[in-house]
Design a protein around this ligand. Structure first.
Ligand code: C5P
Length: 395
């Protein structure tokens, strides 16, 4: 893997373990990884700007208003970096970041940073056990920040307990593993669908389903983090650093997929597409009548997945379908993968309340076209996404 074009933004805060980061910068340097250093003013009580500058061979940033050109430093540094590491991270900086406080250059960058963030805390054991600190850490974890737990042992403040910065090797390996992971889908275009389609009856009414679009969004986000060019075709509103195409109906979803098909490498159909749409859309709101019954005529929607698989005769693309069932999950899924002709089918049990629709978690079985099966235990949709993507690219 080429690490030459990768940049790790290292945030150093004011703790005694700051001196250990000098060794970490040297290790990155040896591996050919570019490091940009940003310090809180307090960090400079423990390590000098000159030392960090010499080791990283880059300017060291501390002051927030030391702006060189039109783009403020906190935006430029956030944009340039592939990953942000904060080590050592004090209780103070962790808590500020968790609460969106941006009162120095480091916390401002953290506030503007939307990519992967890894935090290695180091502090006195009582601070580590403080409830506010613990809550702030949980808050950041729930937003996807990875924490490298401190070690237990003799602390610089004289106490013995949990709070020592974890080993430099652990920090180095975690960052390198992430950089490798972030290239797994480099050069690939991944198209994902998500959400339940909306089949309009008239200007105010529609037929849809309970799909929240979260599974497809998690897959799109994970593929993006793995370095893919991503297009998410969705009926829901998501903000993301990749291309989003908003659609409503199955027909619109099919048209959007047709636009992306030729240039795609992997297509993942996580959307819950309506099997039927209203035959005669009424341009005016349907009025209540004296009749006790109203009959809506429906016509079949195209099976988008099946049609895409038919177009993929030379098997150049990997096509993945989802199968949501409330009974006989695996039997139905086995039939479906043959009928649809896709490479993989992700079987989802929607009868369970703790997973699937709207939930943050899922538990699925991946079926492949050769009869293979892999069960993925219940986990967050983001971890399930990683497992699915790694499985289909045989990692
Ligand atoms: O047949 P069933 O709806 O169970 O198949 C689910 C899979 O097929 C999903 O991947 C879904 O996105 C896709 N699908 C489709 N077009 C339809 C119905 C479902 O592409 N009309």
């Amino acid at each position: 893997m080429s690490l030459q074009d990768k940049t790790v933004l290292i945030g150093i805060t004011g703790g005694i373990a700051a001196y250990k980061i000098c060794e970490l910068i040297r290790k990155f340097q040896k591996a050919g990884v570019n490091t940009k250093i940003v310090c809180t003013p307090n960090a400079l009580n423990f390590v000098t700007k000159l030392t960090l500058q010499n080791l990283s061979k880059n300017q060291v940033y501390v002051e927030e208003f030391d702006v060189k050109d039109w783009k403020p430093e906190h935006i430029s540094l956030a944009d340039e970096a592939d990953v942000m590491l904060i080590a050592p991270a004090t209780a103070n900086t962790i808590s500020k970041i968790a609460n969106g406080i941006a009162d120095n250059l480091l916390t401002s960058i953290a506030c503007a940073f939307s990519k992967k963030m890894i935090i290695a805390p180091a502090m006195n054991c009582n601070m580590w056990n403080n409830q506010s600190v613990a809550e702030n850490i949980s808050k950041l974890k729930s937003r996807g920040v990875e924490f490298l737990e401190p070690d237990t042992g003799f602390l610089a403040c004289g106490y013995t307990g949990k709070g020592r910065l974890c080993s430099i090797d652990k920090i180095y390996n975690t960052v390198l593993e992430f950089l490798e992971y972030s290239q797994k889908l480099a050069g690939k275009k991944v198209v994902v669908t998500s959400g339940g389609t909306i089949e309009e009856i008239d200007p105010v009414r529609y037929i849809s389903n309970y799909s929240s679009g979260k599974m497809g969004f998690a897959i799109a986000k994970t593929a993006y983090n793995m370095g893919a060019e991503v297009v998410l075709i969705t009926t829901k509103n998501f903000g993301a650093p990749f291309k989003i195409v908003n659609v409503k109906s199955a027909i619109q979803m099919q048209n959007a997929l047709d636009d992306e098909f030729e240039t795609s490498d992997i297509i993942i159909m996580a959307a819950a597409v309506a099997d039927y749409r209203v035959k005669n859309y009424s341009a005016q709101k349907l009025k209540k009548t004296s009749d006790e019954e109203l009959v809506l005529e429906l016509v079949k929607n195209p099976d988008i997945l099946q049609e895409l698989c038919n177009k993929n005769q030379n098997k150049e693309k990997i096509i993945v379908g989802f199968c949501a069932e409330s009974e006989n999950l695996l039997e139905n899924a086995k039939e479906k993968i043959i009928k649809k002709g896709c490479d993989y089918l992700i079987a989802n049990d929607i009868s369970r309340k703790d997973i699937g629709f709207s939930s943050e978690d899922n538990e699925v079985t991946i079926l492949d076209k050769n009869g293979g099966m892999k069960h993925l235990d219940k986990n967050s949709k983001s971890i399930i996404s990683r497992q699915i993507l790694e499985y289909i690219i045989h990692e």
